[in-house]
Design a protein around this ligand. Structure first.
Ligand code: ATP
Ligand code: MG
Length: 373
């Protein structure tokens, strides 16, 4: 995203708290399941935040508590600086789009879009004018008289989007809105929603379990696991510096290699790790570590550098080379686990053949050490 947009956004935050969403120490249990376990989030006005996590990690529960369709056991929800924790959904100034299109099948597209305005007692002429404008915003002018069943999946989801923005809410909540669409349409809609969000300046909280979708669309991504917030940050920060072992494995791909810290290290400090199998490798502490702590190193396949055997680093033998067009993945036998390394097409180095002995190195910052206990 351009620097200009960032600045504009930041300056609008300074003026007021419009569109800010704060989740404070949210806890939600269902019988003996802790669906959300003390999550706090600060979403800036005009920001696009993705909630990303595996199935059952608490994404929908957080969204339902923000929307007011569900209420917390403890904690607070604030929207634009107001405590809305116990307020009904219609008083929260937000729009919602769900996975299923949830359009009224017996109403025309235009009436579907105008429905929230009718609920808000907006007059007929004004309703129609605003519904037509929303229809145009989602590029469906001319479709107003159809029934939802006469539209494609992508078009229906655009109608749901138009209905959510027709009363200009400051916050838009979306729960896997694209998951019913096929890949091409989904990618098209991702870009469309992103453009629309920038144009309207609306805050978006977007639930997905698709990491590519989250990284593509969001200004920041909040990663959840088992109802707990693992990390929140810009896509690049999550990829380059995962805060937890879970994030290292969930965002992108990582090799994991167990070992023991050979010295104390502060967070982000370099240290030597004695790897399972006996070799020593340089790494970077993800959190403060004590000498002797059991750790796991996470190294991304594309950050493993290959050199001639015995050129330093750890030893590896090519077991298999898997060609996939733009990249080739090497499976390397080591004294520890099997490591994956990735070569881009057009790499200068010739592709090693199965059986070749190599030395494997990485920059210390590309091997993050996480304590295992
Ligand atoms: N109404 C409910 N009654 C009982 N348990 C529930 C209810 N809603 C959610 N849960 C449980 O709470 C946990 C979190 O569910 P939630 O729907 O928030 O997950 P999610 O991250 O949205 O998952 P998915 O990606 O599958 O949609 C799960 O273990 C789920 O089974
Ligand atoms: Mg869900």
């Amino acid at each position: 995203m351009s620097k200009y947009l960032h600045e504009r956004r930041n300056s609008s935050i300074a003026v007021g708290s419009a569109g800010q969403v704060a989740v404070r120490d949210l806890v939600k249990r269902y019988a003996d399941v802790v669906a959300v376990n003390g999550v706090s989030l600060d979403v800036r006005g005009g920001e696009f935040l993705a909630l990303l996590g595996p199935s059952g990690s608490g994404k929908t529960t957080i969204l339902m508590n923000i929307a007011g369709f569900d209420f917390p056991d403890s904690g607070r929800i604030e929207i634009s600086g107001r405590d809305v924790t116990w307020m009904s959904p219609d008083k929260r100034d937000l729009g919602m789009v769900f996975q299923r299109y949830t359009l009224f099948p017996h109403m025309s597209v235009l009436d579907n879009i105008a429905f929230p305005l009718r609920m808000r007692k907006v007059g007929r002429a004004e309703r129609e004018k605003r519904a037509r404008a929303a229809l145009q915003t989602v590029r469906l002018d001319g479709y107003g008289d159809r029934r939802p069943a006469q539209l494609s999946g992508g078009q229906q989801q655009r109608v749901a989007l138009a209905r959510a923005i027709v009363y200009n809410p400051q916050v838009l909540l979306m729960d896997e809105p694209l998951s019913a669409l096929d890949k091409n349409l989904r990618e098209e809609m991702q870009i469309e929603i992103k453009h629309l969000q920038r144009k309207l300046g609306v805050t978006v909280i977007f639930v997905t379990h698709d990491q590519t979708e989250a990284l593509t669309m969001a200004d920041r991504v909040a990663v959840l696991n088992l109802g707990a917030l693992q990390q929140i940050g810009a896509p690049k920060d999550l990829y380059e510096a995962p805060a937890t072992e879970f994030v290292a494995g969930f965002i992108g791909e990582s090799n994991f290699w167990p070992g023991i810290a050979t010295s104390d290290a502060a967070a982000n400090e370099q240290l030597a790790v004695q790897l399972e199998g006996g070799e020593i490798a340089q790494a970077c502490a993800a959190t403060p570590l004590r000498k002797g702590t059991q750790v796991r190193l996470a190294v991304r396949p594309e950050r493993v550098r290959l050199g001639p055997a015995a050129a330093g680093g750890v030893g590896g033998t090519v077991e298999e080379a898997i060609y996939a067009g733009s990249v080739t993945t090497l499976m390397l036998r080591t004294k520890g686990p099997i490591l994956r390394a990735r070569l881009s097409a057009g790499d200068e180095t010739a592709e090693p053949r199965p059986g070749a002995d190599l030395s494997l190195t990485w920059r210390p910052q590309d091997a993050r050490a996480y304590p295992t206990s």
